[in-house]
Design a binder for this molecule. Structure first.
Ligand SMILES: *Cc1c(COP(=O)(O)O)cnc(C)c1O
Length: 462
């Protein structure tokens, strides 16, 4: 193993150096992948193993650099990375205290702290899921079993209805399909001009379904919608859910980490009224992928929906310390340690700084856009997604050209009729200068390549 650790160090340093000098890799076209890189597996060992790995690593898109704005994650938090590397070395499985020992305590400490922070009662609990989509799935399963506990044994036989905003994540309809509820039973509630769910529209839809003899059972609110980063107002939604006896889940995969910031936690005001809440630490907190947390105020329902007896597995210690009793997986990697090493080293105050920095960077970007007439802004305050267009160039063409020329990694999105570039200021390792540099790179690129952005040339090329 020591040889591999030495090699690891060597490769890591090469990668860091490359990230510094060349923050964006020249993409390898998928059609040429196997010609440019030695990926194929053979009967004989690769005599150039080291070189092969190095080339593979240096050709991989660089998601940790100051020019990566393409997704809802980015950067590389050193303390969290240390935790994840150690988790790999320890290679525990989180299902029992017998094999995970104190790592169980690490996971429970994070879960309990988050439950307390939200203001959930002592009856709350949670677990780590393989990602935000699966956290949402677990919430939906708990809601279903709470609505009718016989569904676990008999299957779904009633017309159950899910409500989520038109701007919510695609995992909601996908999960409805996976769960046997069905995509057609998902109601997309209209949003206002800021992309937030309209509570009155939700109430009307629920009433209509009740009148039709259907069974509303799950409302999904979003804390940070995928495109605009909008926060649904939780309090009015909670009131409607309570009146109709419907489970309220808050999908905070993207921006639920505002709970760590005194300055921004008002964006999830009323979160304590929800039945469950999920947050991805691999998004705003900058831990390595994946680190997704699902908590519920009803520990009882977490147990009811996910525990299964297994005499060969649960042989010692109480159920409270055998985390396999409340997880979706059996064998489960330790996703808690990386968040714990980060949290332990910087304290909750340090987590708050991370969150505040992202909002500050977004503010810098919005100000730049507002003060420059070549730009059109499509997003609003209190969001770390900054959506804009530049010189009316179609967002899709500009983003793709920037990628193909290895200038910048940034994506595009749509809201209502507009398509725009979506700059996500989620990398708290970035400085204000890095954000201003984003615009310098973009503007210089357009200036030098003006010709490729005329509509005629684009349509000819297609
Ligand atoms: C990212 C995201 C998800 C999905 O999380 P994964 O970890 O990618 O599965 C769900 N909901 C929202 C709002 C998201 O932004």
């Amino acid at each position: 193993m020591t040889n591999e650790l030495e090699l690891f160090n060597k490769l890591a340093h090469k990668l860091f150096e490359a990230e510094n000098t060349n923050p964006v890799t020249q993409p390898v076209p998928a059609a040429e992948l196997f010609e440019q890189l030695d990926i194929k597996l053979h009967d004989q060992p690769d005599v150039n193993f080291e070189k092969t790995i190095e080339k593979l690593i240096l050709s991989t898109p660089r998601t940790a650099t100051r020019l990566f704005f393409n997704q809802l994650f980015g950067g590389r938090n050193p303390k969290a990375t240390l935790g994840d590397l150690l988790a790999v070395l320890l290679n525990n499985s989180m299902y029992t205290y017998k094999v995970a020992g104190p790592q169980v305590g690490v996971e429970k400490e994070i879960l309990h702290n988050i439950c307390d922070r939200i203001g959930y009662p002592k009856t709350s609990d949670g677990t780590f899921a393989p990602g935000g989509s699966m956290s949402n799935f677990m919430a939906m399963v708990m809601a279903r079993d709470t609505f009718n506990e016989r569904i676990k044994t008999e299957g779904v036989q009633q017309k159950l209805i899910v409500y989520t905003s038109a701007e919510s994540h695609y995992s909601i309809p996908k999960n409805a399909a996976l769960m046997g509820v069905g995509r057609e039973q998902v109601r997309y509630v209209a949003t206002d001009a800021l992309g937030k769910m309209i509570p009155e529209a939700l109430a009307i839809l629920i009433k209509k379904d009740l009148d039709d003899g259907s069974y509303p059972f799950f409302v999904n609110a979003t804390a940070g919608t995928t495109v605009l980063g909008a926060f649904d107002a939780i309090e009015p939604l909670a009131e409607i859910c309570k009146k109709n006896n419907v489970w309220l889940h808050v999908d905070g995969a993207y921006c639920g980490s505002v709970i760590f910031s005194n300055k921004y936690k008002h964006l999830v005001k009323g979160l304590e009224l929800s039945d469950s809440f999920s947050v991805n630490a691999h998004k705003m907190m900058g831990t390595p992928l994946t680190c997704s947390i699902i908590v519920t105020r009803h520990k009882k329902h977490l147990n009811n929906s996910f525990s299964n007896d297994a005499a060969y597995l649960y042989q010692t210690d109480g159920d409270d310390y055998n985390l396999g009793k409340t997880s979706i997986q059996c064998g489960r990697r330790n996703d808690a340690l990386k968040f714990w090493t980060l949290w332990k080293s910087v304290g909750t105050n340090g987590l708050e700084k991370i969150v505040n920095q992202q909002f500050q960077l977004a503010e810098v970007a919005r100000e730049y856009i507002k003060n420059n007439k070549d730009y059109t802004l499509y997003s609003f305050d209190d969001s770390i997604s900054v959506c804009f267009n530049y010189k009316n160039i179609p967002a899709q063409h500009l983003c793709t050209a920037l990628y193909e020329h290895a200038e910048l990694m940034v994506g595009y999105g749509t809201f209502q009729e507009n398509e725009f570039i979506r700059l996500v200021t989620i990398n708290a390792g970035n400085s204000e200068a890095d954000i201003l540099n984003f615009f310098v790179v973009l503007e210089r690129f357009v200036e030098e390549n003006e010709v490729i952005f005329t509509t005629e040339v684009i349509s000819e090329a297609r």
